[in-house]
Design a protein around this ligand. Sequence first.
Ligand code: ADP
Length: 206
Amino acid sequence: SEIPTLSLLYKLHRITDVREPLFSPNATFNDKISIIRQDITTLEVDAIVNAANKSLLGGGGVDGAIHRAAGPELLDECETLGGCETGESKITKGYELPAKYVIHAVGPIYGTGRRGLSVEELLAGCYRSSLEHAVGKELKSIAFPAISTGVYGYPSGEACEVALNEVRRFLEEGKGEGLERIIFCNFLQKDEDWYHRMVSKYFPPV
Ligand code: ADP
């Protein structure tokens, strides 16, 4: 793929902010991670993740963009799913998208937990659940938007660390071996900046 890996970003000195690491350097993991700024609906990957709402019946932001690009058959399939709990996800086909599948994850509204789960645990659950769907279907590539950081109000820096931590933990548990690429696809410059600033805590340079 022409999307650069984290290993290449480090090699090209595109990431200069190197922080105290929380995990060991791991070249295999760094080869799987990408941080980009792009419209997620244009990505030719096995699955893109949607920042959906509990109804799964469409909305604004990235959800609206994904439904527009996928065409009306996506809504038809979503209508059969019966919604989705916050912190969980459901998978559909991608229809007119270049991506084969869409994983619809329901992020938390910032400041709201559910059944003893904190807002951070719910956001982490979105990433874990999406990765589990991808592994379950033996997919090789998945792209995430910055879930909950739009109208759901989750601060970008905090959300970015939750995402990086949960993906690293999933890989650490040996569950992501079949996944060749995990892309953090940001729409806004400030969100990409947060990933560049924080990624070395979770995926340090080797
Ligand atoms: P949420 O309700 O989970 O906050 P939003 O769609 O409002 O969902 O925002 C989630 C993130 O998606 C935000 O960072 C926003 O900038 C981003 N976003 C919006 N459109 C796109 C797109 N086409 N591709 C990738 N990310 C997008």
